[in-house]
Design a protein around this ligand. Structure first.
Ligand SMILES: NC(=O)c1ccc[n+]([C@@H]2O[C@H](COP(=O)([O-])OP(=O)(O)OC[C@H]3O[C@@H](n4cnc5c(N)ncnc54)[C@H](OP(=O)(O)O)[C@@H]3O)[C@@H](O)[C@H]2O)c1
Length: 286
């Protein structure tokens, strides 16, 4: 069995991935309490101890608005720490799988187009800038897969779907942004993509890894309520209106639509976002 070392093994994705891969791989995990990925010596020692075939980095500073206020810490975790992981991977000749984000793009692409992996990055938020530095640092090692995902939700973490389900119990109406476009992606759907990448070991590089299909936060909320049979009214608001309500919130790309053509070309077809949502809600609403 191939050895896999997961950094961020207690996170929303990392926790589920560790369990998911456990059937086919010899999985080792670290978490915030026992290993800070910013500690270069600790990262190198752990990697030398485990000697993994794959290193999967799910650790990150993921509070998007918090990154604006805590840029330095976010940059260390999301950006600089990836240099430690790249250096450690080189020592044992491991392949890195690193999770990145749609927020590396500016999001001003016309809405009849989606972003491909080779398009210019130009983040408009602190989170996006720090994650982009992480991508650049991962590429200091030759053997890497950078998987850009988006709008992630899963059973183990705080996320948009859970927030909407909670708000629906507290309010008769919710206001949700209408003019940001992307692909909600369940951690389960992403685990499947990651496992397929590990099995196929395609050409190293960057891959867009979200569910299939595009929507807006507003339409997605309507879909959540439809499947969960919730009557709460959903009101559309613009990003500008949202920003007025929450002035310290981070800027977010309007077009976050990621093309999956490169994934299709290697025979990987992610789940449709509606199907992944149904599966998730079945579990969440049990
Ligand atoms: N959530 C999304 O919508 C989304 C969208 C696109 C991409 N992504 C990317 O997907 C990946 C997984 O995200 P997620 O939603 O699963 O995040 P998450 O639940 O916040 O998990 C991240 C984990 O990293 C840990 N961590 C933070 N700083 C660390 C450090 N210095 N050393 C070691 N561990 C540290 C966190 O611990 P604490 O909880 O104790 O801080 C947490 O357990 C991340 O790379 C994220 O950038 C997420």
């Amino acid at each position: 069995m191939k050895k896999v070392l997961i950094f961020g093994g207690d996170g929303m994705l990392g926790g589920e991935l560790a369990q998911y891969l456990n059937r086919e791989y010899d999985v080792y995990t670290t978490n915030m309490e026992n290993l800070d990925i910013c500690d270069k010596e600790a990262v190198i020692n752990k990697v030398k101890e485990v000697k993994p075939y794959f290193i999967i980095n799910c650790a990150a500073y993921t509070n998007v608005d918090g990154c604006e206020a805590n840029y330095e810490l976010a940059n260390k975790v999301n950006g600089q720490a990836l240099e430690n992981i790249a250096e450690a991977a080189k020592i044992v000749n491991a392949t890195i799988i690193h999770i990145s984000t749609d927020y590396v793009f500016k999001g001003n692409l016309s809405l009849d187009k989606s972003y491909t992996e080779s398009m210019e990055t130009s983040p408009i938020s602190a989170y996006g800038k720090t994650k982009l530095l992480g991508e650049l640092n991962v590429q200091k090692h030759d053997k890497y897969y950078i998987l850009r995902t988006a709008w992630l939700y899963g059973i183990r973490g705080k996320n948009f779907v859970k927030t909407m389900l909670r708000l629906s119990k507290e309010k008769d109406e919710v206001s949700v942004v209408l003019d940001q476009h992307g692909s909600p992606t369940s951690t389960t759907a992403l685990c499947k993509i990651i496992e397929e990448i590990m099995e196929k070991e395609p050409e190293y590089g960057i891959y867009h890894a979200t569910c299939e299909g595009f929507t807006t936060w507003y339409e997605f909320t309507k879909k959540i309520f439809e499947i969960a049979e919730i009557k709460t009214k959903v009101n559309p608001i613009t990003s500008a209106e949202y920003k007025k309500m929450y002035p310290t919130s981070s800027n977010r790309p309007q077009n976050s639509m990621l093309s999956k053509e490169k994934l299709h070309n290697i025979g990987i077809y992610p789940e449709k976002y509606e199907e992944a949502l149904k599966e998730y809600l079945k579990e969440e609403l049990k």
